[in-house]
Design a protein around this ligand. Sequence first.
Ligand code: DGP
Ligand code: NA
Ligand code: NA
Length: 210
Amino acid sequence: ENNHKSDSRGALIVLEGLDRSGKTSQSSRLLSYLEGLGHSVESWRFPDRNTGVGQMISSYLANESQLDDHTIHLLFSANRWEKRSLMETKLRSGTTLIVDRYSFSGVAFSSAKGLDIEWCKAPEIGLLAPDLVLYLDIPPEKAAERGGYGGERYEQLEFQRKVAHSYQILRDGSWKTVNAWLPFDDVEKQLREMVLDSVTTCQKGKSLSK
Ligand code: DGP
Ligand code: NA
Ligand code: NA
């Protein structure tokens, strides 16, 4: 019903960026911050390597298996789809989710390989729309200097440059960009404000969209 005021709910907050942009550390800092303020909040990440699909993805990333580029793209997407209903339940029950990577990673990484960008977007249609996308912006060269990559498939400077370019194409006015090569504390400070704002808006009953 259109005129029915929707209930208070949690916010879907997504962190995006290159490998070694600091998303994982910032996710856990934001989690502690919001918990400290008494909010119900969970930290999630994609790919979720704990599911059957996630294990296939993990083995691909470790170069232990080879898959066609389209096939792995669809697996990453399936990994988000298998969490969709739980995600909706959590948000509706008032829990905020801080998610380390989501659909934009799917499109950015696969289109960086040369797959058609519209084809890449298609399987993401119908997943829940983030309330806030935080882009941790770092030049690929700076990210590469940060204590080295872990050796997974995509963790190479040349490829990360292409991913950065794809993110640039995807980025729109709704994303909030944070300079991620500042010290971690400064990055955190910027993120805190943005996140709190989004949590408050959703508590007031902003409706959930696809
Ligand atoms: P992470 O666990 O955040 O380090 O992610 C593992 C790697 O997989 C990282 O290089 C980013 C990449 N990745 C994450 N999500 C997707 C996706 O949906 N599609 C593709 N092709 N790559 C992804
Ligand atoms: Na990684
Ligand atoms: Na990460």
